[in-house]
Design a protein around this ligand. Sequence first.
Ligand code: ADP
Ligand code: PEP
Length: 355
Amino acid sequence: MKHSLHLYGTLGPACASKEKIQAMFLAGMTGMRLNLSHSNLDDCEDWLQQYHEVSERMHIIPELLVDLQGPELRIGTLDTPLSLSSGDIVFLISEKSFQEKKENSDIFSRILNGKDEFFIIPCPEILFSYFDEEQEVRLNDGKIVLKISAPLESDIFCAEVIKGGELTSRKSIAIKDLTVPLPVLTKTDKENLKLLRKYHVTGVMLPFVRNADDLITLRKELMADNMDYIRIFAKIESIEGVEHLPSLLPFCDEIVIARGDLGNAIPLPKLPAVQKRISTTCRHAKKPFMVVTQMLASMEENPVPTRAEVTDIFQAVLDGASSLMLTGETAMGAYPEEAMKILSQTSEEALRFKY
Ligand SMILES: Nc1ncnc2c1ncn2[C@@H]1O[C@H](COP(=O)(O)OP(=O)(O)O)[C@@H](O)[C@H]1O
Ligand SMILES: C=C(OP(=O)(O)O)C(=O)O
């Protein structure tokens, strides 16, 4: 009996060339994911054309997954990356009034007490009804943490950096322990869904799935355009998603254990147990599942993985994962081909050990 795995890379600036895509296919990649939180399908026409050209030349029928925006909040576009350090002052401004207010230094000087360095982050408007003093705000899957210190105006809040880091455009933003109610699909998601056939998309990933209705809404949208052949991947990345897992299984083709945001929703030491529990539920229900995020995070900067990373890949395969996916390692890392090679070789070893 042949056991095989689906191995995905994320398409991004670091691997968007014919040579890199070919090298990743040769390394064992079976498909790619495009994260539509960073660009639209039409913006990536050239990348996708290259992807399909390479796969055709290599006689590969490639999978192409798109990851929708869904009910996930992200910051807006920054002019330049921000280098945030503990103690820095940050102003969170509604995306709608960002252009107008960012130039008005009088607004900010009220709170700066002579300090002249501060940062401005454009945020989704809806968050301003939820922001409150003392709240913890997590950016980029919790890599950066802010604490809200004071409201300035209804659409401007001041915050202090608690945990610093480099912040670039369109990273995730979440308020600790607070769920903001959002529609399943954004307007942009609906526009992108209309283009799936044009770009030969084979699967759609829905972020932050909360209940079966979210999946039913997506399926109806696909069926309305005669695209019910497209596979639905349900990303589990919130406590609500974990709690509703059994009821989601009939309405999706594959479960995704999205450890980036899931690791934001629960204390990190509890993440491995939650991953194991989701894997077990899927295995018992014979539902394919994917493990994703930080599988080889150190390879964004280094050509060699850590021992812990290869062990994590190996364990995911032993647990029965049907798919593994790289994210930043291939989208923006320095070693996309090498990372795909390690993912493929380590998972092969795990399959050999298992069977
Ligand atoms: N389509 C894209 N266009 C530009 N940059 C991208 C794209 N996809 C990914 N990236 C970059 O690679 C990073 C890692 O990708 P991914 O894990 O999909 O994003 P995120 O963690 O923001 O959800 C992103 O934060 C972004 O900086
Ligand atoms: C893959 C994930 O989603 P995103 O890239 O949107 O953070 C994740 O949260 O693990």
